[in-house]
Design a protein around this ligand. Structure first.
Ligand code: ATP
Ligand code: MG
Ligand code: MG
Length: 593
């Protein structure tokens, strides 16, 4: 566990805990969570955060930052984080997204048992469960003279809102009495009026320098079937009205969102203050805090643009290993622990910035270095024939070999069983490990030179065979007897290099997908750039490699370090033991051509 770096949110939470800001709260219970707290009343002095996605798409690495932040703060300060669906917009939301979001959060929070309240259906929060309370809150605002039904056309409303230079103009409907407004609002609810005919607006200040306070709309008429409430409602609350109420009902203490909501904070506070005065909510209200959203180089995180990549066939789907979606990262082989480490390291700030993609890869390597079993794979194979094998070792002999699965197991953990494989007369080696005429300083196979086959024998190169085009079809060598790794005298013959290899006898052909960045531009969509113009044509290459038996028998989703090449994962969907398919996660060191 790494040391937790402080940040402005931690400072605020520590101050609130010290001052007992929320200690006077009584637990009011949350509509829709009857089953939730059967075990007893939660401690109101605890901090409460929430992760509130709209179920209108797949989560991406930016959401992962928010998940790690909210669940992480709750975990670190003994609090609770609510998994809440902000599903107040009937048009864009679908059950498919609800399921995929839950799956992503559960996967990412793996091991965080404290905050995700048991991970069962009854511990989930849906904003749409609060439609009744939101409706009552709207009536309360009307009764107290804080809201009115506006019958201006959308065009008139837009024109009368003013802009940064000009103050807005009051609506002719602004001074209706509460009784008139209430009657109209109930007509809206009862379906008397057409979609868009009128809206309910908060009555604040049409001259406010903050345009968000110029009587924002809070309820609109929209005949649409909602995934949770069906056709019960034909009016729906606006996000800016619904969100503070959701937070308050769930007794959230710290409502953390991205910077673009900073200008909404005055309305957030205005609304909760009015509803507390009206006796609908308890003091002290939740507070909103903003942080800079994650921008990651070579990555786009707009849901709309990601959908374009999928729909126009630039990637294989939402879970394509090149996608920055959580399902994509997972399929690529990134671990929840690596993503949590990444989120912890990038921290939270109030200033927008770009995080280098290598930060994520470094976190992956730090997570897997002591966990991922080693294995040998030959990615660009050429045959190495040990011409004296039958004579020295016996015809057809296969010699068992072994190497540790983990050379440095984590402290206090037993080493896993060693890998078993064989060596025989023919092995696969990397094409680049032979040079007929060696460049200066070359230490691998060339006629007359000796190298060690890692975990096997020392061999001495004698030459090669070529086809008519001069391409090497086989490398020839002699095995040096009595040099098997791990046997007495193995080191008697000195070599300058050890190379990786896989036996022809027990190596298994594997599909290996080599990935590179999806875009060649580090900021593919910054400043309105056409992100499709910088799609990397070489972002995926599929090859056939040979892998040692331990890799061929891997279970789907198992991660490995292919010696010398980097980290690979057995594809979650396409890999089967005996029919291996691997995805490259990242190389051993950073370095991108
Ligand atoms: P859309 O793309 O439709 O605008 P969104 O990105 O706002 O959606 P939500 O489902 O509303 O997605 O987001 C859920 C939470 O994730 C919000 O609290 C939001 O602030 C946070 N979030 C979204 N994108 C990022 C990002 N790039 N960095 C950090 N947090 C993010
Ligand atoms: Mg949103
Ligand atoms: Mg957004």
């Amino acid at each position: 566990v790494e040391h937790k770096t402080s940040n402005f949110l931690r400072a605020i939470i520590e101050r609130d805990l010290e001052q007992g800001t929320y200690a006077s709260r009584r637990w009011a219970g949350t509509p829709g969570d009857a089953a939730h707290h059967a075990a007893g009343e939660p401690d109101p002095a605890k901090i409460r955060t929430r992760f509130p996605p709209e179920p209108n798409g797949y989560l991406h690495v930016g959401h992962a930052k928010s998940i790690c932040l909210n669940f992480g703060l709750a975990r670190d300060y003994g609090g609770v984080c609510h998994m809440r669906f902000d599903d107040t917009n009937p048009e864009k939301e679908e059950k498919e997204y609800v399921d995929s979001i839950l799956d992503a959060v559960q996967w990412l929070c793996f091991g965080w048992d404290t905050s995700f309240g048991g991970r069962t259906e009854s511990h989930l929060y849906y904003a749409s469960d609060y439609f009744d309370v939101m409706y009552r809150a709207a009536e309360a605002l009307i009764e107290h003279g804080h809201a009115y039904v506006d019958e201006q056309t959308p065009e008139e409303m837009r024109a009368n809102r003013g802009d940064f230079v000009h103050p807005g103009k009051d609506s002719p409907f602004r001074n209706r009495t509460p009784a008139e407004n209430l009657a109209r609002f109930r007509e809206m609810r009862d379906g008397v009026h057409a979609d868009g005919a009128m809206v309910l607006r908060a009555k604040i200040d049409m001259a406010s320098p903050n345009i968000n306070l110029r009587d924002p709309a809070i309820y609109r008429i929209r005949r649409a079937t909602h995934h949770n409430t069906g056709d019960r409602w034909c009016i729906y609350p606006m996000y800016t009205f619904a969100h503070p109420i959701e937070d308050a009902l769930e007794q959230i203490t710290h409502s953390i969102c991205t910077l673009e909501f900073e200008d909404q904070r005055p309305f957030y506070d205005w609304l909760l203050e009015r509803l507390t005065e009206a006796g609908l909510l308890q003091a002290p209200p939740p507070r909103q805090y903003e942080f800079a959203r994650l921008n990651l180089t070579y990555v786009i995180t707009s849901k709309r643009k990601l959908a374009q990549l999928v729909n126009e066939g630039f990637v294989g789907g939402w879970d394509d290993p090149r996608m920055p979606t959580i399902v994509g990262l997972r399929r690529r082989g990134y671990t929840p622990e690596a993503i949590q480490l990444f989120a912890e390291r990038i921290g939270v700030t109030k200033a927008d910035s770009w995080i280098d993609y290598s930060t994520l890869d470094i976190a992956l390597r730090d997570d897997l270095e002591h966990k991922a079993h080693r294995g040998m794979a030959v990615l660009d194979p050429v045959k190495l024939v040990l011409t004296n094998w039958d004579e020295v070792m016996g015809a057809g002999h296969l010699e068992p070999c072994t190497l540790p699965a983990l050379p440095h197991p984590p402290e206090g953990q037993p080493a896993p069983a060693a890998r078993q494989f064989v060596i025989g007369r023919e092995v696969w080696i990397e094409r680049e490990d032979f040079e007929e005429v060696p460049p200066k300083g070359y230490k691998r196979l060339f006629p007359g030179n000796k190298v060690r086959l890692k975990g096997g024998y020392v061999v001495e190169c004698t030459g090669c065979e070529k086809d008519a085009d001069g391409r090497v079809t086989a490398v020839l060598a002699k095995v040096v007897p009595d040099t098997k790794s791990g046997t007495p005298g193995a080191d008697a013959v000195k070599v300058k290099a050890a190379i990786t290899w896989v036996s022809v006898a027990d190596g298994v052909a594997a599909e290996v997908r080599l990935y590179d960045r999806l875009f060649t531009d580090p900021q593919p969509d910054a400043g309105g750039k056409d992100f499709k113009a910088s799609l990397n044509p070489a972002s995926m290459r599929t090859i056939t490699a040979y892998v040692e038996p331990s890799l061929a028998q891997a279970t789907p989703d198992a991660k490995f370090q292919f010696e010398r090449f980097g980290y690979f994962v057995a594809d979650r969907l396409d890999h089967a033991p005996g029919r291996p398919v691997f995805n490259k996660i990242t190389g051993l060191k950073d370095g991108w051509k």
